[in-house]
Design a protein around this ligand. Structure first.
Ligand code: PAF
Length: 298
């Protein structure tokens, strides 16, 4: 596995793949890899000839009071995991390599960033879209692989790719879960034992949705209320948001949920998302499910 730290070297490696006739799959990460990341690598290996992973904790997507400094990092462990997963090259730039001077050009995606994490983490998606755009320029991937735990991120990146005609296919991949259902996340290591035990309430609540959504006359508002009550049953849980919106446009839904109609939504029609962000102590966890009418898709 090739370890690359400089943009110039990355561009050279990319050009070699091109001359060798290999398509490039890209897995952008912030490191502290878990099985969720490795499942993206696996998918990329199935669909492309060469897999490049980036590991970069991007300061631009963290707010001033967020966990940039304490975000878990372990380069040696990450490299071992990436190597055993069959990654061909890992790009590990420093902050100085990525941002040699204060950045004055940003990618700002509107509308899909208005709610959910976009509302509770102002500026977060500007940082995500900007770094992903920069990485796309450097790696020039044919396909890029993103986990659906960050469904809003997938919606934002897809919007950016469409709006700016970027020659890359965004491949959304399923969320990987621990045995009890907790969505895998690098931030799960922050949870103490009691918080970890209660954190399962996110996936359990979302599991209930399929039943609730089929109740006659069920609306987004009623579902949000049910999600809130379920989460609030856990004494350590503090809700950041519990929302039901159209997907991928992430707009409010009017009327009964099982009848969300194609006319309310551009492509793909009639999909909606139930999304949660919940704090346990200083750890903020997110999770979601995507449905079509009353039927769960992801
Ligand atoms: O999902 C992440 O880990 C990050 O937001 C990403 C896409 C690597 C950009 O920093």
């Amino acid at each position: 596995m090739k370890i690359i730290r400089e943009i110039a070297e990355l561009r050279k490696y990319r050009a070699e793949q091109q001359s060798g006739g290999r398509t490039v799959g890209f897995v952008p990460t912030m490191g502290y890899l878990h099985d969720g990341h490795l499942s993206l690598v696996n998918r990329a290996k199935q669909e492309t000839g060469c897999v490049i992973m980036s590991i970069f904790v991007n300061p631009l997507q963290f707010g001033p009071n967020e966990d940039f400094e304490r975000y878990p990092r372990n380069e040696e462990r990450d490299l071992d995991l990436a190597r055993s997963a069959g990654v061909d090259a890992v790009f590990l730039p420093t902050v100085e390599e990525m941002y040699p001077s204060p950045i004055r050009t940003k990618v700002i995606v509107s509308d899909v960033t208005e709610r959910l994490c976009g509302a509770s983490r102002p500026g977060h998606f500007d940082g995500v879209a900007t770094v992903v755009m920069k990485l796309f320029q450097m790696v020039q991937p044919d396909k890029a692989f993103f986990g659906m735990k960050d469904a809003q991120q997938v919606a934002v990146i897809s919007q950016m790719v469409n709006d700016l005609n970027l020659p890359v296919e965004v491949v959304p991949c399923p969320t990987l879960r621990e045995q009890d259902g907790l969505a895998m996340s690098s931030r799960n290591v922050y949870l103490n034992e009691e918080e970890r035990a209660q954190a399962v309430v996110l996936s359990r609540t979302l599991d209930q949705l399929e039943l609730w959504a089929r109740e006659p006359g069920m609306t987004a508002e009623l579902l949000e209320g049910k999600m809130r009550s379920s989460i609030e049953a856990m004494p350590l849980a503090r809700i950041d948001y519990a929302e039901v919106l159209s997907f991928p446009a992430l707009q409010q839904i009017q009327g009964p949920i099982a009848a969300v109609s194609a006319s309310q939504e551009s492509l793909p029609a009639a999909q909606w998302i139930a999304a949660l962000a919940v704090r346990f102590g200083s750890t903020r966890l997110i999770d979601n499910r995507i449905f079509q009418g009353g039927v769960r898709l992801v």
